[in-house]
Design a binder for this molecule. Structure first.
Ligand SMILES: C[S@@+](CC[C@H](N)C(=O)[O-])C[C@H]1O[C@@H](n2cnc3c(N)ncnc32)[C@H](O)[C@@H]1O
Length: 388
């Protein structure tokens, strides 16, 4: 029997996450819901393989799923019935990490309190030991989510969402989550090593994620502080060696073909700091300027360097603090410039959907697909443009 896991991502990117995981390993997809992918992996080492996802936010080992849970008494009953003795040693402490989605007449704090009591009471009955709670630095984190009336109980393998990549010393005011940045690259059908241009790169997230994947830098190797290594070792003692080997085995050279452009020199400076911090300053290039001027120049010299750029991925401004009409012009100019200079796949994410639809209607020579997603808390679309 396989190991059941829950992997979370930003809403709208579930399918891309499944595709990514299927590229890494064989697995069974049990269910997909908003921002959540339930899977069954076949091998213990696949627990590490799931953590290799560049799109996943949080990863859990699933302990129990129960439907029709409507009140706190039911939560207590279900959680108390789970045997935690194989995951929590008598001398270890734990914390409940509660999550609540939907309308209920109680809060997530109530769920945490009731579920915590249930773990303590269940352990006391089965092992005769009263477990201690430590909310700040627990040995074991138990995830309890009530999703409308479905109760999901799991063990956290991630102590913090994996979108928190440590390289982001410079935080762009409208920076993209690295996990979304990589999802956009997947939507572009980009494969590691291929040149990529972000014509409005801000702090460089998309370019850096492309560079990291191309160099074979694995997420669990750079996010080791965010992982619960104790639980991982407990579930799979051989996983530590596998993880360690990944950090060396998959590392490879790449060419300097990951390019970002931004009109604001301060952001370009920040992108360079982030790239250096990520260890990809040798394969990235960040240029200051208006994309309308820089893209033609970049294309005029590409042959000299034996590189051809035909994929652009970006996250343009959404128009806050911009003059009326100027956002549409920027979008139109950006798409026109890219198409005129041979870009065949253009991906962008924006919450300015009305402006985007209006602009895209002005182009005949393209095919457009769109995917509804949530970016931060904003309903947005990812647009995939291909030239005919
Ligand atoms: C939403 S931000 C991109 C954030 C970026 N994806 C990140 O993760 O940090 C949009 C960026 O577009 C840049 N920008 C706006 N107009 C531009 C233009 N004409 N040419 C190049 N960059 C431009 C802005 O300076 C801003 O940094």
């Amino acid at each position: 029997m396989g190991i059941k896991m829950l992997v979370t991502c930003d809403t709208g990117f579930e399918k891309v996450l499944v595709n990514e995981l299927e590229d890494i390993m064989k697995l069974n997809v049990l269910k997909v819901s908003s921002g959540r992918v339930f899977i069954e992996v076949l091998d213990k080492e696949d627990i590490v393989n799931v953590l290799r996802s560049r799109i996943a936010n949080n990863v859990y080992i699933l302990l129990h799923v129960e439907e029709n849970v409507n009140d706190l008494e039911a939560i207590y009953r279900v959680v108390k019935g789970i045997d935690f003795a194989s995951f929590i040693e008598p001398w270890q402490n734990f914390a409940i990490r509660p999550e609540r989605i939907g309308k209920h007449n109680f809060t997530s704090i109530d769920i945490g309190r009731v579920a915590g009591q249930a773990v303590i009471d269940g352990y006391l009955e089965s092992r005769g030991v009263r477990l201690k709670v430590d909310l700040d630095n627990p040995d074991v984190e138990v995830y309890v989510e009530l999703n409308v009336d479905k109760l999901i109980v799991g063990l956290s393998l991630t102590r913090s969402s994996l979108h928190n990549r440590k390289y982001k010393l410079f935080a762009h005011p409208a920076g993209l989550k690295p996990t979304i940045a990589f999802a956009l690259l997947k939507i572009a059908d980009w494969v590691p090593g291929q040149p990529i241009l972000d014509p409005m790169c801000g702090g460089g997230t998309i370019v850096i994620e492309a560079a990291l994947a191309s160099k074979g830098v694995e997420v669990p190797c750079i996010a080791i502080d965010y992982l619960d290594i104790n639980i991982l070792n407990k579930l799979c003692p051989e996983c530590g060696t596998y993880l360690h080997s990944l950090c060396f085995k998959n590392y490879r050279d790449a060419d300097r073909v990951f390019v970002g452009v931004d009109i604001n020199p301060r952001f370009v400076e920040g992108a360079i700091v982030n790239a250096k911090n990520a260890g990809v300053d040798d394969v990235t290039l960040f240029l200051v300027g208006d994309l309308r001027e820089v893209v033609p120049k970049l294309k005029s010299i590409e042959k000299e360097f034996g590189v051809e750029f035909h994929t652009a991925v970006f996250n343009p401004p959404y128009g806050h603090r911009m003059k009326p009409g100027s956002l549409g012009k920027l979008y139109e100019d950006a798409i026109r410039t890219l198409i005129n200079h041979g870009f065949r796949t253009i991906i962008f994410i924006t919450s300015a959907t009305k402006v985007s639809e209006k602009v895209l209607a002005n182009f005949n020579e393209i095919e457009v697909e769109k995917f509804k997603v949530i970016h931060s808390t904003l309903p947005s679309y990812v647009y995939r443009i291909r030239t005919r």
